[in-house]
Write a protein that binds this ligand. Structure first.
Ligand code: FES
Ligand SMILES: [Fe+2]
Length: 375
């Protein structure tokens, strides 16, 4: 095995024996090694539940979008019976890409030789194939992946053998139930790519240490670093409360069951490996991450509003765009710094500020540490 990978796996092992109070950042290769990224793709992204976005992005029959996950082209559809499918977007004839973009249609015709599929991926047309001996259209459906919807988020499991997701994330219920995020209607989703390792972005979204310094005019007046509070992980998620500055105005309208405490904070959580969420009283912001390479991350991010009567405003979108640009700038210089041969990992801050990072290290350690047999 590659020397960088060995070093990373040993560093991951140490997270089990080192208490969070003594936590140290991971070696740079954790964020820069192509060989380690391949392991993550193979043993995490192809085996685990991976979030693609909000399920109601395809709420109406015929709605679809295309995306990709660790190089696998995917087609997400809603069929006439309201069922959501995540299909392999690869033609069962000679392997071209079938659908592109997003929209609403009932059939997808491959643009190479016009094999045509319905919303469940069944082959419903194949020109000039009727005389081909032994050709069986019923065995030529697009591959349908295993899916699960949790709190309104659509997850896919490429390998098809992951155990159910909801029980793993059940421990989040007391923290998120009152936000009623499963009911929140889809507003928009966008895809973009940043030049940073996918874990740098996951860590950044989930730590409050950088808020004051990276977002001095946007988030610092709202969710200052000093008010962050770490929430214990069960190994499947990380989370923290990001409390609002007492001087910041109310952020209603509120879901009916929200407590006074919950009205004054955003609940930030990550469902490992790739979904990070800010649950605020009236909006939901999420990012779905997947590695593009060791130094680039594909992002599907979006927002949901509180309800149909309170749509996301242009001002809220502009605010999030600004915050994202502030993070992007830091994460892209971070990736350059991590390429240096002279960087030595530093200590992490106290658990309320960076404990979530350690939770994620331990998640990765449980899947890719040196005690795990990777076959
Ligand atoms: S590859 Fe799709 S129809 Fe031939
Ligand atoms: Fe940030």
């Amino acid at each position: 095995m590659n020397a960088d990978v060995e070093k990373i796996r040993k560093a991951l092992d140490l997270t089990h024996s080192t208490p969070v109070e003594h936590a140290q950042a991971m070696p740079s290769a954790y964020y820069t090694s192509d060989a380690f990224t391949q392991l993550e793709e193979e043993h995490i992204f192809r085996k685990e539940w991976v979030c693609l976005g909000r399920a109601d992005e395809v709420a109406a029959p015929g709605q679809y979008y295309t995306t990709s996950l660790v190089g696998e082209p995917l087609l997400v559809t809603c069929s006439k019976d309201g069922q959501i499918s995540v299909l392999s977007n690869v033609c069962r004839h000679r392997g071209n890409i079938v659908a592109s973009g997003s929209g609403n249609q009932s059939r997808f015709s491959c643009s190479y030789h016009a094999w045509t599929y319905d919303l469940k991926g069944r082959l419903v047309g194949a020109p000039h194939m009727q005389d081909v001996e032994g050709f069986d259209p019923s065995s030529c459906a697009l591959h349908a992946f295993k899916t699960e919807i949790w709190q309104g988020f659509l997850f896919v499991n490429l390998s098809g053998d992951a155990t159910p997701l909801a029980p793993r994330l059940g421990a989040l219920a007391p923290y998120i139930d009152n936000y009623e995020i499963g009911k929140r209607p889809y507003a928009f989703a966008k895809e973009t790519t940043w030049n940073t390792n996918w874990k740098c972005l996951a860590e950044n979204f989930m730590e409050g240490y950088h808020l004051d310094v990276t977002h001095p005019k946007t988030l610092r007046p709202l969710t200052p670093t000093a008010l962050c509070e770490h929430v214990p992980s069960n190994g499947h998620f990380n989370a923290y409360y990001s409390y609002y500055d007492p001087d910041y105005p109310e952020r209603g309208p509120f879901p009916p069951k929200l407590t006074d405490k919950e009205k004054r904070c955003s609940f930030m959580f990550g469902a490992f490996p790739n979904l990070v969420v800010a649950a605020a009283p009236s909006i939901l912001i999420y990012l779905c991450l997947s590695p593009n390479s060791s130094s680039a991350v594909n992002i599907r991010w979006g927002m949901s509003s509180l309800d149909e009567d309170n749509p996301i405003t242009d001002e809220q979108i502009a605010f999030m765009d600004t915050v994202n640009l502030e993070d992007k700038a830091k994460l892209e210089t971070l990736q350059k710094g991590l390429q240096s041969r002279y960087y030595r990992p530093g200590r992490l801050s106290k658990p309320d500020l960076e404990g979530t990072i350690y939770d994620m290290y331990r998640y990765i350690a449980n899947r890719l540490g040196s005690s795990v047999n990777l076959g």
